[in-house]
Design a protein around this ligand. Structure first.
Ligand code: MG
Length: 415
């Protein structure tokens, strides 16, 4: 019997105060459904509308196992292709179809990807602190948990919190998160010097520039960080200035990770074939789900580029699980960002914090144990959704503020 798509639903939930978008694809087989992540946290209503108003009518009645055909059908259906809203909507369906396929096969997804090449997935955690002592304490806590790779930031990504323009800004400058790139560079170089001085060279350290430097400054910054043996430097160059990666590569030996904002293969193809980056770091729902992510992983393998998929808090456990299943089967796996089960630093002491709500809504999240994440070996993605619990945490459609980053003259700087 052909497994046909009978219904496509969107479930919105925010168990941690972050808007999450889930797509549920129901089939004509009793009890058989799939779940996928369509989270574009800051445009969640647009994704919901796209799935319900356009993808559902396109998909109902079609063969749920024809994943490649349906991905292309969704991708081409609006004539104009790509973009974050479109790709996240497609991702929700795509992951759900893979989930269904795994359930039909009775296998976890990593089996369908060729089987495990590693037993657990090494991850990195994000450490921050209001002072160097607090940051080093947080690094130490992670090391005691068996975590070997840690991303260190000094004061977030070099900005404070949203507020009025500070002293030094021109009259009538708009409120925002104000950045001082020169101070950020000085503070960060000093931070890595102090960390290495205190805890030595054993731990692998990463750092995220978050596109907040001009390219020429990013090159100088990368060279200043070379003595501290970074595992990688992330998003040093803004996506719009991608050609500068060639100069960064020529002028520095620092390992380069790039790509959480990428949408389209044209954005990564040359970076990989010309070996201008070391780690490809896409946000897999942002490029359209598991189908394109698997193609990208295998493509990158041919050029010695490793994966380091984006794994922040603003995606669902379904997407974390998708990352993990691909990682388990990928020869060219590098490292996995993980924010899935452990609370962030500020609630480390309070395990009754909001992460419990996330686990109530999404039972089955892969587990972190002693530095490795393990899939749970259930068929498909292995993560479920409790819709009654999900309904307890409504999303917020307010204006997004953390992306309103500005330089001291009041002009906008990409966030
Ligand atoms: Mg990043």
């Amino acid at each position: 019997m052909t497994t046909k798509i009978q219904d496509v639903k969107v479930i919105l939930t925010a168990p941690e105060g972050i808007n999450l978008v889930v797509v549920k694809v129901l089939t004509n087989q009793p009890g058989l459904y799939g779940l996928g992540c369509a989270t574009f946290a800051y445009r969640h209503l647009a994704v919901k509308g796209l799935v319900e108003d356009y993808l559902k009518p396109l998909l109902v009645g079609r063969d749920a196992q024809a994943i490649e055909e349906l991905w292309q059908l969704m991708h081409q259906n609006a004539y104009w292709r790509n973009g974050g809203i479109e790709n996240n909507a497609i991702s929700g369906v795509d992951m759900a179809l893979w989930d269904i396929l795994g359930k039909l096969a009775g296998m976890p997804l990593y089996q369908l990807f060729g089987g495990k090449v590693r037993e657990g997935v090494p991850i990195y955690r994000h450490a921050d602190g209001r002072s160097l002592a607090e940051l080093c304490d947080n690094i130490q806590k992670y090391r005691e948990q068996g975590i070997t790779h840690i991303r260190c930031q000094s004061g977030g990504y070099g900005g404070g919190s949203f507020g009025p323009a500070p002293a030094g800004a021109p009259e009538r400058a708009a409120p925002g998160i104000y950045l001082d790139p020169r101070r950020y560079m000085r503070d960060t170089v000093k931070m890595f010097d102090d960390i290495r001085g205190r805890i030595g060279l054993e731990v692998a350290l990463c750092h995220d520039v978050h596109e907040r430097l001009k390219p020429v400054d990013a090159i100088r910054f990368a060279r200043q960080l070379e003595p501290y043996d970074l595992f990688f430097l992330e998003d040093a160059i803004p996506i719009e200035e991608g050609e500068w990666l060639r100069q960064l590569r020529e002028k520095s030996t620092i390992p380069i990770a790039q790509g959480e904002l990428f949408n389209h293969p044209l954005e990564w193809r040359t970076l990989i074939t010309d070996r201008l980056i070391d780690f490809i770091r896409v946000h897999i729902s942002q490029i359209g789900g598991i189908t394109p992510a698997r193609k990208l992983q295998i493509f990158a393998e041919q050029f010695g580029v490793r994966t380091a998929w984006h794994g922040p808090g603003d995606m669902t456990p379904l997407a974390h699980a998708a990352n993990i299943h691909i990682d388990l089967a990928a020869r060219n796996f590098g490292i996995q960002e993980w924010s899935g089960t452990e609370p962030p630093n500020f609630v480390l002491q309070d395990l009754k914090g909001p992460r419990d709500a996330l686990l109530d809504v999404f039972p089955g999240l892969p587990q972190l144990r002693q530095g490795y994440v393990y899939a749970n070996d259930k068929p498909g993605l292995g993560v479920d959704l409790d819709e009654t619990e999900a309904a307890k945490y409504p999303c917020d459609a307010g204006v997004t503020r953390w992306t309103q980053t500005r330089l001291i003259d009041g002009s906008l700087q990409v966030p």
